[in-house]
Design a protein around this ligand. Structure first.
Ligand code: NAD
Length: 256
């Protein structure tokens, strides 16, 4: 009997969520806990601010000490699931997005993302365990945008590293996938809205309304709509899915 109608459960799994105090991170940690997982969370702040209990450590993944601390933690805990989510946004075209912005965005969105993924992969391989790594890409990773040069490039890099890691780790039973959210109503989008308000002379909140209305399904995504897909990719129902980037964007990005 191969038909398994059981809903996803994550009992017995340890799940690590980075950027856990953000909109998508908190929702995903809450879903993992609700489904029975032991959840480790990390963010800049000393406590987890989501609506569930987790084992929390504060790490600034942009500093050598913070990144190293997180890597040691991962080696000790060996998470079965990594939700590799911490990232920052900033805007700027090729005419004004400077190398300082490049260093900040690539420092967290790519360098730290890669280092945390590598630490998790190494810990799983060293202990002979399978696992599921989920990296957060973005619809911005599928095409450039005039005013968002560096952020788009960081998310394209996430997609590429997801594919390379998935192929290298497949023989070890470790799946690596990415989720590409479209526009999701989180603190990050409050910042995006404020930046666009300044750049395009719009009143606060207008850009948010416009992007929500432009989504084929007609509204901005909510963090739980990303968390539900994370749960699926984390669990055994997705055991034959690897190296993929799954768009969760209300139909915004179409690819053959
Ligand atoms: N919100 C969207 O519309 C959207 C769209 C596409 C992709 N994404 C991606 O989804 C992920 C989550 O986004 P979100 O909207 O929940 O963002 P968010 O800003 O709400 O959360 C990001 C979290 O990362 C943490 N963080 C920032 N700098 C850090 C550092 N140096 N070290 C450790 N943690 C740090 C922040 O404190 C914050 O809690 C990100 O990778 C983002 O790029 C979001």
């Amino acid at each position: 009997m191969t038909f398994d109608p059981a809903p996803v459960r994550l009992d017995g799994k340890t799940c690590l969520v980075t950027g856990a105090n953000g909109g998508i991170g908190a929702a995903t940690a809450e879903h993992f806990v609700a489904l029975g997982a032991r959840v480790l969370t990390t963010d800049l702040g000393a406590a987890f601010t989501g609506d569930c209990t987790s084992e929390h450590r504060a790490f600034n993944l942009m500093t050598p000490e913070g990144l190293e601390g997180c890597q040691h933690w991962i080696a000790a805990e060996v998470p079965d699931v990594l939700f590799n989510n911490a990232a920052i946004f900033d805007m700027g075209s090729v005419l004004d997005a400077d190398l300082a912005q490049y260093d900040r965005l690539f420092g967290l969105n790519v360098r730290a993302m890669y280092a945390v993924m590598q630490a998790t992969a190494r810990a799983l391989v060293a202990t002979g365990r399978s696992g599921s790594i989920i990296n957060l890409a973005s619809q911005a990773g599928h095409r450039g945008e005039a005013l968002v040069a560096h952020y788009c490039a960081t998310k394209a890099a996430v997609i590429s590293y997801t594919q390379s890691a998935a192929l290298a780790l497949a023989p070890h039973g470790i799946r690596v996938n990415a989720i590409s959210p479209g526009v999701v109503d989180t603190p990050m989008w409050d910042q995006v809205d404020a930046l666009f308000a300044r750049a395009e002379g719009k009143p606060p909140g207008q850009k948010k309304r416009e992007v929500g209305e432009a989504v084929p399904l007609g509204y901005m995504g909510r963090p739980f709509e990303i968390a539900r897909v994370a749960v699926f990719l984390a669990g055994d129902q997705a055991q034959y899915i690897t190296a993929q980037t799954l768009s969760v964007d209300g139909g915004s990005v179409l690819r053959m």
